[in-house]
Design a protein around this ligand. Structure first.
Ligand code: NAD
Length: 498
């Protein structure tokens, strides 16, 4: 009989506790909340909700650990431990994979290639990068002719609050925790209430790798009046790094303003793809299929607006719709699965409300637009159909608001200038994709789009040394390579008069 690894995890990890000072702790108020399996709607885990006292304890543990062995280690010593953390994730790959897929419903094919390997890579990359992160020195002329030297000393920032979302839980959390720890900080992580399991599991890996107690802490719960707010408003936190919705980002920025704490904010997008008639059509279809539907496009970098040059518009719409219509919806561990469910019923309702709104706003529904028929054992899951619209007005809400579901609008354009204007007609500025075989056009158009990252003839190809982040309502600051290390350190200038 085939054993579903998601079920194994369901039994092994039914209680998700907070991880404070190197040990798993129940909610001090005995409060738990339910985590449902998004594929079936059945109860998957009881999660211990951290109280204000639990968050206090986690922040205190993190502060104490700053001055403990962690703070006294050299970069190389810390780096060696972080490599062991990465090795520990690799060694328990199947467990992390099953936990991530059970929490999110995403196919094993995606999580085994992206989420879990990147979770490990985020520790290795930053453990190594920090060793080559230079500081600056200036020689200054003085009236007495003797001069002075200025030497910048790079220091850790302190206790970092990490607030992470549900769409790429392990990947996005470690994207922050990896560089924060490599720079000598300690962290308190508040994972999304929808996806707490892999963050909790990471506590065991930290202990096994020799990370001292208090360096990595996890508090579970919600945002307002819960662990998220208790943590971001906590006076013992020196900086906050957040990934999530723009509206939440604004709340976090306000919390960070109190005490003038530094903040890094990565938010949503309404990302465009521009498909020119001189593109390689096969590549453009394959890439757009991924950027619109991968992980049910619960990816901040996913494409929700596709603009196609008029001569190839009909062919493009027809081919994209035909390919998406062939998707198999199913369980994460079924190798035939192309698309899983959405993360929760709440998110399903949000996406379905946009499906209805699109029709009200005048869309022609080329594909999907509702809830698929699923076998009875999956009928309780948060499923939606892959959906494609044409004919939506540029000012409609469906074209302007982030939906975060497997859907896109496709609209024709006639000139390069029009395409650029359409791409930039948004309050967001996270990502974009440009499909053309003309190098000059690729450079012209990609640099004219106001956003943090543009892919030309590809999508989601990430080099972790490069800058990552958004413009406009998509965020503040950059992560990746030196940009992450910059955020997680403070420069102190020491001026020495000769
Ligand atoms: P969300 O903003 O609802 O929640 C994110 C986290 O913030 C969760 O842990 C949540 O509990 C916490 N939170 C909510 N309210 C809070 C408050 N008042 N105080 C403190 N914490 C609070 O986002 P989500 O629904 O989990 O994630 C989806 C969103 O994230 C989308 O908008 C997506 O585009 C965005 N996203 C952006 C990036 C990026 O790198 N730019 C990456 C992934 C996701």
């Amino acid at each position: 009989m085939r054993v579903n690894p998601a079920e194994e995890v369901e039994h092994a990890m039914r209680e998700v506790k907070n991880f404070i000072n190197g040990e798993y702790r129940s909610s001090s108020a005995g409060k738990t909340f339910d985590k449902l399996n998004p594929c079936t709607g059945s109860l998957f885990a009881k999660v211990h909700e951290a109280t204000r006292e639990d968050v206090d304890a986690a922040v205190k543990a993190a502060r104490d650990a700053l001055d403990g062995p962690w703070g006294r280690m050299s970069e190389s010593e810390r780096g060696a431990i972080l490599h062991k953390v990465a090795d520990g994730i690799d060694a328990r790959f199947d467990e992390f994979l099953a936990a991530e897929c059970a929490d999110t419903g995403k196919p094993y094919g995606i999580a085994s290639h992206i989420d879990i390997p990147r979770g490990a890579a985020n520790f290795r990359v930053f453990a190594d990068a920090v060793k080559n992160f230079a500081t600056e020195a200036f020689q200054t002329a003085t009236p007495d002719g003797k001069g002075a030297f200025n030497i910048a000393v790079r220091k850790r920032k302190g206790v970092i609050a990490v607030i992470s979302p549900w769409n790429l839980p392990l990947l996005l959390m470690t994207w922050k925790v990896g560089p924060a720890l490599a720079c000598g900080n300690t962290v308190v992580v508040k994972p999304s209430e929808e996806t707490p399991t892999t963050t909790s599991l990471l506590g065991e890996v930290m202990n096994a790798a020799g990370v001292p107690p208090g360096v990595f802490n996890v508090v579970n719960g919600f945002g307002p009046d819960s662990a998220g707010a208790f943590l971001t408003e906590h006076k013992g936190v020196d900086a906050i790094t957040f990934t999530g919705e723009t509206r939440t980002g604004e709340v976090i920025a306000r919390a960070a303003a109190k005490g003038l704490r530094d903040v890094s904010i990565e938010c949503g997008g309404k990302n465009p793809a521009l498909v020119f008639a001189d593109c390689d059509m096969d590549k453009a279809i394959e890439g757009t299929l991924r950027s619109v539907f991968a992980n049910c496009v619960q990816v901040c970098l996913g494409t929700e607006r596709v603009y196609v040059e008029r001569p190839i518009f009909d062919e493009f719409v027809e081919r994209l719709a035909r390919a998406a219509a062939d998707f198999t919806l199913g369980l994460p561990d079924d190798p035939r699965t192309d698309m899983g469910p959405l993360v929760s019923h709440e998110h399903q309702q949000k996406v379905l409300s946009y499906y209805q709104l699109a029709v009200e706003e005048g869309a022609q529904v080329v594909l999907g637009g509702g809830v698929p028929e699923m076998p009875s054992e999956l009928a309780g899951g948060a499923w939606v159909q892959p959906t494609i619209w044409t004919g939506l007005p540029d000012d409609s809400r469906v074209v302007r608001e982030e939906i975060f579901g497997p859907c896109c609008l496709i609209r024709p354009f006639d000139t390069e200038e029009e395409a650029i204007a359409l791409a930039n007609d948004t309050t967001y500025g996270l990502a974009s994709a440009v499909w053309t075989e003309n190098v000059s056009r690729a450079l012209r158009v990609s640099t004219a789009i106001d956003c943090g990252i543009t892919w030309v003839n590809s999508w989601f190809l990430r080099d972790l040394r490069t800058a990552f982040g958004g413009t406009k309502e998509s965020g503040i600051g950059r992560e990746g390579g030196e940009h992450s290390l910059e955020f997680y350190t403070e420069l102190q200038n020491v001026c020495i008069k000769i």
